[in-house]
Design a protein around this ligand. Structure first.
Ligand SMILES: [Ca+2]
Ligand SMILES: [Ca+2]
Length: 205
């Protein structure tokens, strides 16, 4: 007998037990829309994903896609596309989760303008949410704290969660003659790496 919604899947000639992560903490199914774009922690216990459903956590009334985390050990599902005070995202969708190796840090992009103070650029930014502290910070800002003038997308996280790579369409971080990769600092003091795409060189500025 397989637990919960577990099932068998065949990959590479071997059979594996798989389970559905897009469920509420009580095991309830999603009530609408799609759920997808999963990212998994190193040990496979934490699954982050995007969902259009509003039935995964209580109080999801923003009528927007959100990013959720399902703990396959505890069965608990939490929404992580929220502000540091826990308020839900307002003003647009959140998606494209990336997870640190220990599952503590989740990066995602969001069109919401209320996840951090002074987000007034009206475009998609990249954020990180610390599941341990509940803090959400915006990383798609320049070294001097100025906002991006174009969308920031496609976040990826290093295993330790300290570095965030993402697509910068605003060319905000480096002069036109420089590169590819630069390092920025968020308000929390963590250092984040912003990768421009396409990347002409591997220079740091
Ligand atoms: Ca929602
Ligand atoms: Ca924004």
């Amino acid at each position: 007998m397989l637990p919960g919604s577990a099932a068998l899947a065949r990959h590479g000639g071997n059979w594996h037990v798989v389970g559905r992560a897009s469920v509420a903490s009580d095991g309830g199914e999603t009530n609408e829309g799609f759920s997808g774009a999963p990212a998994v922690s190193g040990d496979g216990s934490i699954v982050a994903f995007t969902s259009e459903a509003d039935s995964l956590v209580p109080g999801d009334s923003n009528e927007s896609e959100d990013v959720f985390v399902h703990n396959r050990v505890t069965g608990r599902t939490r929404r992580v596309s929220v502000a540091s005070d826990g308020s839900q995202a307002s003003g647009g969708n959140s998606s494209s989760a990336a997870v640190s190796g220990d599952g503590r840090i989740v990066a995602f992009w969001s069109a919401a303008d209320n996840l951090v103070p002074r987000d007034s650029n009206g475009i998609v930014d990249v954020f990180v949410h610390n599941r341990a502290t509940g803090r959400t910070g915006r990383v798609s800002v320049a070294r001097d704290g100025s906002q991006a003038a174009g969308p920031s997308l496609g976040p990826a996280l290093s295993g330790d969660g300290r570095t965030v790579a993402f697509q910068d369409t605003a060319n905000l971080w480096c002069p036109a003659t420089a590169t590819a990769t630069t390092t920025c600092s968020s308000r929390s003091g963590r250092r984040h790496r912003a990768a421009r795409s396409p990347a002409p060189q591997a220079t740091t500025c």
